[in-house]
Design a protein around this ligand. Structure first.
Ligand code: DC
Length: 231
């Protein structure tokens, strides 16, 4: 167990369940660091697309997964800006092309092993909120608080479409829905670290909740855990 102000908080769930927004705001409220772990897989996919790497070339993709050039800086409002070799790639990391390819990259064992190793290192000291697919099950299996967010498909599609439109990409509902279903299938069906709740995760359906309500619920679970440690 880590000191109360140094807890590890794991937030997992499918695309569009609201993980990253919730994780970022919970981290801000607690004064913790936040890591959106999907960004690492997205960065590998983006670099591979740019370098026209064959997505079946696991060896080259595993080398890209070392991600020596990936940097994150926080804006004054706390939202992250991602750079690869000094170039701001925040919008491109969420592009439809990356969305289509990222699950293929994320199911390669050698890529996962590199990314997982990096994430475990980053989480070791605690004081961290990580969101992803396998945080409570593989990356931080001893996390103090584990949350698994879900939402119905229509809600997830609407959120993803909004996110895409904010980044300047316009896609039909059916295109977003098909991409999301495909990604759900690949993320849940892969052999290594599939998307699934840890046995001790708190499952929270966010379909009818605002982002603020999700944040408040997670913070109340963190406070409960703190109380338990103090008694
Ligand atoms: O959360 P996201 O949509 O940015 O994640 C992008 C992809 O990365 C997603 O399809 C699955 C993969 N991923 C993963 O396999 N494990 C994680 N911990 C985070 C993301």
């Amino acid at each position: 167990m880590l000191a109360v102000n140094k807890m590890q908080i794991a937030i997992d769930g499918p695309a569009g369940s609201g993980k990253s927004t919730a994780a970022r705001r919970v981290a801000q409220a607690l004064g913790y660091a936040h890591i959106d772990t999907g960004v690492l897989y997205r960065a590998v996919a983006l670099i591979a697309l740019r370098q026209e790497v064959d997505f079946k070339d696991n060896k080259t993709l595993a080398i890209l997964a070392e991600l020596p050039d990936l940097e994150v800086k926080l804006k004054s409002n706390g939202s992250p800006v991602y750079f690869i070799a000094g170039e701001d790639v925040s919008a491109e990391l969420r592009s439809p092309d990356v969305n289509r390819k990222v699950s293929q990259v994320a199911k390669i064992p050698a890529v996962r092993s590199k990314v997982t190793h990096k994430l475990k290192d980053l989480g070791r000291q605690g004081g961290i909120v990580m969101d992803g697919r396998d945080i409570g099950t593989v990356v931080l299996p001893a996390a103090d608080v584990k949350i698994f967010l879900t939402a119905d498909l229509a809600t997830r599609v609407a959120r993803r479409q909004q996110e895409l439109s904010n980044k300047g990409f316009s896609l039909s509902v059916s295109a977003v829905e098909n991409e999301m279903l495909q990604r759900d299938r690949e993320d849940s069906g892969r052999q290594i670290a599939p998307l699934k709740p840890a046995p001790d995760a708190y499952i929270l359906d966010t379909s009818d909740l605002t982002a603020e309500e999700v944040v408040q619920k997670i913070i109340s679970l963190v406070k409960q855990r703190e109380q338990k440690y103090k008694t």
